[in-house]
Design a protein around this ligand. Structure first.
Ligand code: SF4
Length: 377
C-alpha cells in the first residue's frame, strides 16, 4: 500500500504514466492524496510532458454560444445558484424566436460553430415535451450547418418520463430533429452517497450511466464532467474517474473530460464547504494534472475559464490541459452561482492567451476536428 508523500511511490506512478502504462485506481488515490508542494509540481510537470506527447503543443477551443433556455427548475441541487421558481421575478422560458435571435447574433458577431443548449427542469415542460424536440427541429431548419450540443442526461430522463419513450427512443427522436451531441453534465459526483447529499432529486448514478452509454451506442458523442471541490472525498473522486474511464474503454463515446470546480458564494452547499477549497488554485491545477495522467483513454482535457479565471486557465495549460473550452458568449449558470470571471471571451482573446502560454491555438469543432491551426485573425 502506497502512502502519499512517499517519494519513490510518486516517482513510480509518474514513470508508469509517462511510459504509457495504465495507472491503477490505487495510484489515482495516491495522487489525489498527495499534498506536498514539490510532489504536486512534479505531478504537473509529468502531466505537461504527457500532454505534449499527445497533443504536440496544440491548445484547441470552440467558437460557441450557450443557450440557457429556462431557469425555472423543479429540482433543488444544493450547489446551484441558477434555478428559479415560476414566480420569481427573473424567471424565464425562452420562445423559439428568442432562441433563433440569439443564434443569429452569435453567427453574425462571432461566427459560432456550435450552440450548447441546457436549462432547468421546468415543470411546465413536463406536459409539453415537444418543446424540446421542436426547439432542435426549429434550430436545425434555420441553421443547417450548426452543431447542436443539447440536453443533459437529466433532461433526456425527463423526456423519457414525459413521453413514455425509452432513453434510446428519446435520443433517436432528438437526432431525427437535428441534434448532434449531448453534454455529459448532471454527472456532478457519481459516488452515490455524496451525490444524494448534493443533488438528491437528480437521476442516480446508474441512470446517468445508462443514458450516457445509450447515447454512445447510438453513435451520439457526449462530454464527461465532474463537479469537484465541495464535500466530496478523494475516494469519491477516484470512484467517479474510474467509472468514467471504464465507460470510455467500453464505448469510446466521450469527446473530452471537463472538470468543473464548485463555485460557492451563492449556493446552499456553501456553509458545508471550506471556503478556501474552491479558490485554492494549486488544488485545481493538481486535479487537472491527475486527470491527464489517469485518463489515458482521453485525448482531450478541458479547462474551465469561467470558473477558475483566465489566469488559472492559462496555468492549467502547463498541467496537462489541451483545450480552452469555448467563447461561450452567455454563461449564466456560473455567474448565477457567484462566479465572477465573465461570460464571454472573443476568439481573438483566446488565441492571444494560448499564444501567450507558448502553445499553438487550434480552432476546433465540437467533436475535436481541427478547423484552423495557429490561427491569426
Ligand atoms: S443544477 Fe440544474 S437541475 Fe439542479 S437545481 Fe440547478 S438548474 Fe435545476
Amino acid at each position: 500500500m502506497l502512502h502519499s508523500s512517499d517519494k519513490s511511490g510518486l516517482d513510480n506512478i509518474l514513470q508508469k504514466a509517462l511510459s504509457g502504462e495504465r495507472l491503477e485506481d490505487s495510484d489515482l488515490l495516491f495522487l489525489l492524496e498527495e499534498k506536498d508542494g514539490k510532489a504536486v509540481q512534479e505531478t504537473a510537470s509529468a502531466a505537461d510532458t504527457l500532454n505534449r506527447d499527445i497533443n504536440s503543443g496544440k491548445v484547441s477551443y470552440v467558437v460557441n454560444r450557450n443557450i440557457n433556455f429556462t431557469n425555472i427548475c423543479a429540482l433543488n441541487c444544493r450547489f446551484c445558484g441558477y434555478k428559479r421558481t415560476k414566480n420569481s421575478k427573473d424567471a424565464f422560458l425562452l420562445d423559439y424566436d428568442k432562441i433563433l435571435e440569439k443564434i443569429s447574433e452569435g453567427k453574425k458577431q462571432i461566427g459560432i460553430d456550435e450552440i450548447c443548449v441546457t436549462g432547468g427542469i421546468n415543470p411546465e415542460l413536463k406536459s409539453n415535451p415537444d418543446y424540446y424536440f421542436n426547439l432542435v427541429r426549429t434550430v436545425r431548419n434555420n441553421f443547417p450547418d450548426l452543431h447542436i450540443h443539447a440536453f443533459s442526461p437529466q433532461e433526456i430522463y425527463e423526456l423519457a418520463e414525459a413521453t413514455g419513450k425509452s432513453y434510446a427512443g428519446v435520443i433517436e427522436k432528438l437526432v431525427d430533429c437535428g441534434l448532434n451531441s449531448i453534454p455529459g453534465t448532471a454527472a456532478e459526483i457519481l459516488a452515490e452517497e455524496t451525490r444524494k447529499k448534493i443533488c438528491p432529486e437528480k437521476i442516480n448514478t446508474s441512470v446517468w450511466v445508462e443514458i450516457i452509454k445509450t447515447a454512445h451506442m447510438l453513435g451520439v458523442k457526449t462530454s464527461a464532467t465532474v463537479l469537484f471541490g465541495h464535500i466530496e472525498s478523494n475516494e469519491d473522486l477516484a470512484y467517479h474517474l474510474s467509472l468514467i474511464r471504464r465507460i470510455q474503454d467500453e464505448t469510446g463515446g466521450f469527446t473530452e473530460f471537463i472538470a468543473l470546480p464548485f463555485i460557492s458564494p451563492k449556493t446552499s452547499l456553501r456553509k458545508q464547504v471550506n471556503q478556501t477549497k474552491i479558490y485554492d488554485n494549486e488544488a485545481v491545477l493538481k486535479f487537472y494534472a491527475i486527470l491527464r495522467l489517469y485518463l489515458d483513454n482521453f485525448k482531450n482535457i478541458q479547462t474551465s475559464w469561467p470558473k477558475i479565471g483566465v489566469h488559472s486557465a492559462l496555468k492549467s495549460l502547463e498541467c496537462g490541459v489541451n483545450d480552452f473550452g469555448g467563447t461561450l458568449m452567455e454563461e449564466n449558470i456560473t455567474k448565477s452561482a457567484g462566479g465572477n470571471f465573465g461570460e464571454y471571451l472573443s476568439e481573438g482573446e483566446i488565441i492571444n492567451l494560448i499564444k501567450q502560454a507558448g502553445k499553438i491555438p487550434a480552432r476546433r469543432d465540437t467533436l475535436y476536428n481541427y478547423i484552423n491551426i495557429n490561427v491569426s485573425i
